[in-house]
Design a protein around this ligand. Structure first.
Ligand SMILES: Nc1ncnc2c1ncn2[C@@H]1O[C@H](COP(=O)(O)OP(=O)(O)O)[C@@H](O)[C@H]1O
Ligand SMILES: [Mg+2]
Length: 288
Protein backbone atom coordinates (compact mmCIF):
# COMPACT_ATOMS: atom_id res chain seq x y z
CA UNK A 1 0.00 0.00 0.00
CA UNK A 2 2.80 2.38 0.99
CA UNK A 3 4.72 1.48 -2.18
CA UNK A 4 1.68 2.19 -4.28
CA UNK A 5 1.18 5.61 -2.71
CA UNK A 6 4.84 6.36 -3.27
CA UNK A 7 4.64 5.32 -6.91
CA UNK A 8 1.58 7.47 -7.40
CA UNK A 9 3.26 10.49 -5.85
CA UNK A 10 6.25 10.03 -8.12
CA UNK A 11 4.03 9.94 -11.14
CA UNK A 12 2.22 13.05 -10.02
CA UNK A 13 5.49 14.90 -9.78
CA UNK A 14 6.39 14.00 -13.34
CA UNK A 15 2.87 14.87 -14.39
CA UNK A 16 3.20 18.53 -13.64
CA UNK A 17 5.57 18.86 -16.62
CA UNK A 18 3.34 16.97 -18.97
CA UNK A 19 0.59 18.03 -21.25
CA UNK A 20 -2.84 17.84 -19.69
CA UNK A 21 -5.21 15.32 -21.15
CA UNK A 22 -8.84 15.75 -21.92
CA UNK A 23 -11.39 12.98 -21.53
CA UNK A 24 -14.50 12.96 -23.66
CA UNK A 25 -17.47 10.57 -23.51
CA UNK A 26 -19.54 10.07 -26.65
CA UNK A 27 -23.09 9.14 -25.65
CA UNK A 28 -26.60 8.82 -27.04
CA UNK A 29 -30.01 7.91 -25.71
CA UNK A 30 -30.93 5.64 -28.56
CA UNK A 31 -28.68 3.02 -30.16
CA UNK A 32 -27.63 3.00 -33.81
CA UNK A 33 -27.48 6.80 -34.16
CA UNK A 34 -23.86 6.79 -35.32
CA UNK A 35 -21.84 7.12 -32.08
CA UNK A 36 -19.14 4.65 -33.03
CA UNK A 37 -18.71 6.02 -36.53
CA UNK A 38 -18.55 9.54 -35.14
CA UNK A 39 -16.10 8.61 -32.34
CA UNK A 40 -13.77 6.75 -34.66
CA UNK A 41 -13.69 9.32 -37.43
CA UNK A 42 -13.49 12.28 -35.04
CA UNK A 43 -10.62 10.51 -33.24
CA UNK A 44 -8.79 9.91 -36.53
CA UNK A 45 -9.41 13.49 -37.58
CA UNK A 46 -7.90 14.83 -34.31
CA UNK A 47 -5.02 12.41 -34.70
CA UNK A 48 -4.39 13.58 -38.27
CA UNK A 49 -4.06 17.08 -36.93
CA UNK A 50 -1.16 16.00 -34.77
CA UNK A 51 -2.85 15.22 -31.46
CA UNK A 52 -2.20 12.07 -29.49
CA UNK A 53 -5.53 10.32 -29.20
CA UNK A 54 -6.69 7.18 -27.44
CA UNK A 55 -10.10 5.81 -28.38
CA UNK A 56 -11.58 3.52 -25.75
CA UNK A 57 -14.47 1.33 -26.88
CA UNK A 58 -16.77 1.19 -23.87
CA UNK A 59 -19.84 -0.34 -25.43
CA UNK A 60 -19.87 -3.35 -23.14
CA UNK A 61 -20.65 -6.52 -25.02
CA UNK A 62 -21.47 -4.60 -28.21
CA UNK A 63 -18.12 -2.96 -28.91
CA UNK A 64 -17.38 -2.61 -32.58
CA UNK A 65 -14.55 -0.14 -33.12
CA UNK A 66 -12.26 -2.97 -34.19
CA UNK A 67 -14.87 -4.15 -36.70
CA UNK A 68 -15.17 -0.65 -38.15
CA UNK A 69 -11.38 -0.73 -38.51
CA UNK A 70 -11.32 -4.20 -40.03
CA UNK A 71 -8.95 -5.29 -37.33
CA UNK A 72 -10.15 -7.93 -34.89
CA UNK A 73 -8.57 -7.28 -31.51
CA UNK A 74 -6.63 -10.14 -29.98
CA UNK A 75 -7.49 -9.32 -26.41
CA UNK A 76 -10.14 -7.42 -24.50
CA UNK A 77 -10.60 -5.79 -21.14
CA UNK A 78 -11.63 -9.19 -19.71
CA UNK A 79 -8.03 -10.32 -20.14
CA UNK A 80 -7.01 -7.48 -17.88
CA UNK A 81 -9.46 -8.46 -15.15
CA UNK A 82 -8.36 -12.08 -15.47
CA UNK A 83 -4.83 -10.91 -14.79
CA UNK A 84 -3.63 -12.12 -18.19
CA UNK A 85 -2.75 -8.72 -19.64
CA UNK A 86 -1.73 -5.28 -18.47
CA UNK A 87 -3.99 -2.45 -19.54
CA UNK A 88 -1.30 -0.99 -21.79
CA UNK A 89 -1.03 -4.30 -23.65
CA UNK A 90 -4.64 -3.85 -24.69
CA UNK A 91 -3.80 -0.76 -26.72
CA UNK A 92 -3.75 -1.36 -30.47
CA UNK A 93 -2.41 0.91 -33.16
CA UNK A 94 -4.94 2.15 -35.67
CA UNK A 95 -4.57 4.35 -38.74
CA UNK A 96 -3.02 7.84 -38.58
CA UNK A 97 -1.27 7.11 -35.27
CA UNK A 98 -4.58 6.62 -33.52
CA UNK A 99 -4.39 4.30 -30.52
CA UNK A 100 -7.43 2.38 -29.35
CA UNK A 101 -8.63 -0.15 -26.82
CA UNK A 102 -11.16 -2.51 -28.34
CA UNK A 103 -14.40 -3.28 -26.54
CA UNK A 104 -15.55 -6.57 -25.20
CA UNK A 105 -17.33 -7.90 -22.23
CA UNK A 106 -15.72 -7.28 -18.90
CA UNK A 107 -16.13 -3.64 -17.98
CA UNK A 108 -19.21 -4.43 -15.95
CA UNK A 109 -16.83 -6.27 -13.66
CA UNK A 110 -15.45 -2.93 -12.53
CA UNK A 111 -18.13 -2.60 -9.88
CA UNK A 112 -17.45 -6.00 -8.37
CA UNK A 113 -13.66 -6.12 -8.46
CA UNK A 114 -11.66 -5.99 -5.27
CA UNK A 115 -9.74 -2.93 -4.10
CA UNK A 116 -6.36 -4.19 -5.26
CA UNK A 117 -7.47 -4.90 -8.81
CA UNK A 118 -9.22 -1.55 -9.00
CA UNK A 119 -6.14 0.10 -7.64
CA UNK A 120 -3.99 -1.37 -10.38
CA UNK A 121 -6.65 -0.56 -12.97
CA UNK A 122 -6.83 3.08 -11.91
CA UNK A 123 -3.06 3.49 -11.53
CA UNK A 124 -2.46 2.07 -14.96
CA UNK A 125 -5.30 3.99 -16.51
CA UNK A 126 -4.09 7.32 -15.19
CA UNK A 127 -0.55 6.72 -16.37
CA UNK A 128 -1.78 5.58 -19.80
CA UNK A 129 -4.11 8.56 -20.09
CA UNK A 130 -1.27 10.91 -19.39
CA UNK A 131 0.36 9.88 -22.65
CA UNK A 132 -2.53 11.30 -24.63
CA UNK A 133 -4.04 14.68 -25.27
CA UNK A 134 -7.48 13.21 -25.88
CA UNK A 135 -9.10 10.11 -24.51
CA UNK A 136 -12.39 9.43 -26.21
CA UNK A 137 -14.80 6.92 -24.69
CA UNK A 138 -17.29 5.49 -27.17
CA UNK A 139 -20.11 4.58 -24.78
CA UNK A 140 -23.04 2.23 -25.26
CA UNK A 141 -26.52 3.70 -25.75
CA UNK A 142 -28.35 4.73 -22.59
CA UNK A 143 -26.85 4.35 -19.12
CA UNK A 144 -25.83 1.59 -16.77
CA UNK A 145 -24.33 2.08 -13.32
CA UNK A 146 -20.78 1.52 -14.60
CA UNK A 147 -21.12 3.62 -17.70
CA UNK A 148 -22.59 6.48 -15.68
CA UNK A 149 -19.49 6.42 -13.46
CA UNK A 150 -17.31 6.87 -16.51
CA UNK A 151 -19.54 9.55 -18.00
CA UNK A 152 -19.58 11.57 -14.78
CA UNK A 153 -15.78 11.44 -14.59
CA UNK A 154 -15.01 13.00 -17.98
CA UNK A 155 -14.33 16.61 -18.91
CA UNK A 156 -16.84 16.83 -21.76
CA UNK A 157 -19.80 14.86 -23.04
CA UNK A 158 -20.61 14.67 -26.73
CA UNK A 159 -24.27 13.75 -27.25
CA UNK A 160 -25.07 12.25 -30.65
CA UNK A 161 -28.65 12.39 -31.92
CA UNK A 162 -30.41 12.15 -35.26
CA UNK A 163 -33.32 14.41 -36.26
CA UNK A 164 -35.82 11.62 -35.48
CA UNK A 165 -38.16 12.62 -32.63
CA UNK A 166 -37.47 9.35 -30.81
CA UNK A 167 -33.75 9.97 -30.96
CA UNK A 168 -34.16 13.55 -29.70
CA UNK A 169 -36.39 12.44 -26.82
CA UNK A 170 -33.95 9.73 -25.81
CA UNK A 171 -31.01 12.14 -26.05
CA UNK A 172 -32.86 14.50 -23.73
CA UNK A 173 -33.61 11.72 -21.21
CA UNK A 174 -29.97 10.75 -21.26
CA UNK A 175 -28.86 14.32 -20.61
CA UNK A 176 -31.39 14.66 -17.82
CA UNK A 177 -30.06 11.51 -16.19
CA UNK A 178 -26.53 12.91 -16.27
CA UNK A 179 -27.64 16.42 -15.29
CA UNK A 180 -29.27 15.20 -12.08
CA UNK A 181 -25.86 13.96 -10.96
CA UNK A 182 -23.71 16.72 -12.40
CA UNK A 183 -24.64 20.20 -13.59
CA UNK A 184 -21.21 21.23 -14.83
CA UNK A 185 -19.85 18.85 -17.45
CA UNK A 186 -20.48 20.54 -20.80
CA UNK A 187 -22.80 18.88 -23.30
CA UNK A 188 -21.65 19.20 -26.93
CA UNK A 189 -24.30 18.25 -29.46
CA UNK A 190 -23.73 16.43 -32.75
CA UNK A 191 -26.73 15.97 -35.01
CA UNK A 192 -26.09 13.04 -37.31
CA UNK A 193 -27.87 11.96 -40.50
CA UNK A 194 -29.35 15.35 -41.29
CA UNK A 195 -31.08 15.95 -44.63
CA UNK A 196 -29.64 19.47 -44.84
CA UNK A 197 -28.18 22.10 -42.54
CA UNK A 198 -31.62 23.41 -41.65
CA UNK A 199 -32.70 19.97 -40.51
CA UNK A 200 -29.63 19.92 -38.25
CA UNK A 201 -30.20 23.41 -36.86
CA UNK A 202 -33.87 22.68 -36.12
CA UNK A 203 -32.95 19.50 -34.29
CA UNK A 204 -30.35 21.34 -32.25
CA UNK A 205 -32.83 24.10 -31.43
CA UNK A 206 -35.41 21.62 -30.18
CA UNK A 207 -32.90 19.98 -27.90
CA UNK A 208 -31.60 23.34 -26.72
CA UNK A 209 -35.09 24.54 -25.90
CA UNK A 210 -36.08 21.54 -23.80
CA UNK A 211 -32.75 21.59 -22.04
CA UNK A 212 -33.08 25.26 -21.22
CA UNK A 213 -36.68 24.94 -20.13
CA UNK A 214 -36.56 21.75 -18.06
CA UNK A 215 -32.96 21.57 -16.95
CA UNK A 216 -32.13 25.27 -16.98
CA UNK A 217 -29.03 24.36 -18.88
CA UNK A 218 -27.31 25.60 -22.00
CA UNK A 219 -25.90 23.32 -24.70
CA UNK A 220 -23.03 23.72 -27.15
CA UNK A 221 -23.49 22.91 -30.82
CA UNK A 222 -20.57 20.87 -32.11
CA UNK A 223 -21.92 20.32 -35.59
CA UNK A 224 -24.02 18.34 -38.03
CA UNK A 225 -23.23 15.33 -40.22
CA UNK A 226 -25.36 14.66 -43.31
CA UNK A 227 -27.03 11.39 -44.04
CA UNK A 228 -24.47 10.02 -46.46
CA UNK A 229 -24.39 6.69 -48.25
CA UNK A 230 -20.61 6.79 -48.25
CA UNK A 231 -20.76 5.83 -44.55
CA UNK A 232 -22.60 2.62 -45.36
CA UNK A 233 -19.99 1.82 -48.01
CA UNK A 234 -17.15 2.60 -45.61
CA UNK A 235 -18.69 0.45 -42.86
CA UNK A 236 -19.14 -2.41 -45.32
CA UNK A 237 -15.53 -2.23 -46.43
CA UNK A 238 -14.42 -1.87 -42.78
CA UNK A 239 -12.57 1.37 -43.45
CA UNK A 240 -13.25 4.57 -41.48
CA UNK A 241 -15.18 6.90 -43.82
CA UNK A 242 -12.75 9.76 -43.41
CA UNK A 243 -10.02 7.53 -44.84
CA UNK A 244 -12.16 5.87 -47.46
CA UNK A 245 -13.15 9.16 -49.09
CA UNK A 246 -11.93 12.38 -47.52
CA UNK A 247 -14.03 14.41 -49.97
CA UNK A 248 -17.37 12.82 -49.06
CA UNK A 249 -19.92 15.08 -47.39
CA UNK A 250 -19.65 13.10 -44.15
CA UNK A 251 -15.84 13.46 -44.11
CA UNK A 252 -16.08 17.19 -44.77
CA UNK A 253 -18.53 17.45 -41.87
CA UNK A 254 -16.12 15.64 -39.52
CA UNK A 255 -13.30 17.95 -40.57
CA UNK A 256 -15.52 20.99 -39.93
CA UNK A 257 -16.45 19.61 -36.51
CA UNK A 258 -12.80 18.97 -35.62
CA UNK A 259 -11.84 22.50 -36.66
CA UNK A 260 -14.68 24.01 -34.68
CA UNK A 261 -13.78 21.89 -31.69
CA UNK A 262 -10.13 22.96 -31.83
CA UNK A 263 -10.57 26.61 -32.60
CA UNK A 264 -13.62 27.59 -30.60
CA UNK A 265 -14.68 25.10 -28.03
CA UNK A 266 -11.26 24.20 -26.70
CA UNK A 267 -10.60 27.76 -25.65
CA UNK A 268 -13.80 27.89 -23.67
CA UNK A 269 -13.27 24.62 -21.85
CA UNK A 270 -10.28 24.03 -19.61
CA UNK A 271 -8.42 20.71 -19.66
CA UNK A 272 -7.88 18.71 -16.51
CA UNK A 273 -5.50 15.88 -15.86
CA UNK A 274 -5.92 12.15 -16.01
CA UNK A 275 -5.50 11.82 -12.28
CA UNK A 276 -8.69 13.78 -11.76
CA UNK A 277 -10.55 11.46 -14.08
CA UNK A 278 -9.45 8.38 -12.18
CA UNK A 279 -10.10 9.94 -8.79
CA UNK A 280 -13.63 10.80 -9.85
CA UNK A 281 -14.18 7.36 -11.35
CA UNK A 282 -13.14 5.73 -8.11
CA UNK A 283 -15.48 7.92 -6.13
CA UNK A 284 -18.45 7.19 -8.36
CA UNK A 285 -17.83 3.47 -8.45
CA UNK A 286 -17.27 2.90 -4.78
CA UNK A 287 -18.63 5.70 -2.67
CA UNK A 288 -22.27 5.84 -3.54
N1 LIG B 1 -24.36 10.03 -41.30
C1 LIG B 1 -24.77 8.82 -41.67
N2 LIG B 1 -25.28 8.61 -42.92
C2 LIG B 1 -25.70 7.38 -43.28
N3 LIG B 1 -25.65 6.30 -42.50
C3 LIG B 1 -25.15 6.43 -41.26
C4 LIG B 1 -24.67 7.69 -40.78
N4 LIG B 1 -24.23 7.51 -39.51
C5 LIG B 1 -24.41 6.22 -39.20
N5 LIG B 1 -24.98 5.55 -40.25
C6 LIG B 1 -25.38 4.12 -40.30
O1 LIG B 1 -25.79 3.73 -39.01
C7 LIG B 1 -25.14 2.55 -38.61
C8 LIG B 1 -24.91 2.55 -37.11
O2 LIG B 1 -23.89 3.45 -36.78
P1 LIG B 1 -22.98 3.26 -35.47
O3 LIG B 1 -21.91 4.27 -35.55
O4 LIG B 1 -22.57 1.84 -35.32
O5 LIG B 1 -24.05 3.65 -34.35
P2 LIG B 1 -23.99 3.50 -32.74
O6 LIG B 1 -22.57 3.37 -32.33
O7 LIG B 1 -24.66 4.74 -32.23
O8 LIG B 1 -24.79 2.27 -32.41
C9 LIG B 1 -23.85 2.52 -39.44
O9 LIG B 1 -23.44 1.20 -39.67
C10 LIG B 1 -24.23 3.21 -40.72
O10 LIG B 1 -24.73 2.28 -41.65
MG1 LIG C 1 -21.56 1.88 -31.19
Amino acid sequence: MKDQAEALRKRLQIKSNRQNSKSIAVVSGKGGVGKSNFSLNFAISLSKRGHKVLLFDMDIGMGNIDILLGNQAKCSISDFFDGKETLSNLISEGPEQLHYIAGGSGLERLITIDDDTFSSFSDELSSIMDNYQYIIFDMGAGVTKESLSFILSVDEIIVVTTPEPTSITDAYSMMKHIHIQNQDIPFLIVVNRVLDDRDGINTYKRLKEVSKRFLGRDLNALGVIPDDRSILKAVTSQTPFILKDVRSDASKAIIRITERYETQLLKEMPATNAFHFVTKLKRFLFER
